[in-house]
Design a protein around this ligand. Structure first.
Ligand code: ZN
Length: 119
């Protein structure tokens, strides 16, 4: 594990706080895990591209998301890059969620769990 947690721009920090608070409300008793956000999110978990880092700050990130890990009673937060966020917005503009998107979500979650399991 890296010694210093990653930093983010203010808009992402605020979005992370909001997401964390709403997950605390939605999943009482669960741990809200920022392991991925703090130590692995220099790689966007959706497209798995390395992101630009400046002064330990991950730049040009897009959307904060979260998913539930029921077995461990955890909710895991993560941030997607700007490109992935644009793609998600484009998809939702064309109406119903394509099946493909839930596949991407599963893929993203599996990737994150793989990254944090050795911490
Ligand atoms: Zn991405």
């Amino acid at each position: 594990m890296m010694a210093t947690p990653l930093l983010y721009d203010l808009d992402i920090i605020q979005a992370l706080r909001l997401q964390e608070q709403s997950m605390i409300d939605l999943f009482p008793g669960y741990t809200i895990s920022k392991e991925y956000v703090d130590y692995h999110n220099h790689v966007c978990p959706r497209c798995q591209q390395e992101q630009k880092i400046f002064n330990n700050t991950v730049k040009k990130m897009g959307t904060v998301s979260a998913f539930e890990h029921p077995l461990e009673q955890k909710v895991i937060l993560y941030v997607s890059c700007k490109n992935c966020t644009k793609e998600l917005a484009r998809q939702s503009r064309f109406g119903s969620k394509p099946i493909k998107d839930s596949d991407v979500a599963t893929h993203t979650e599996e990737y994150i769990l793989e990254q944090i399991k050795n911490d």
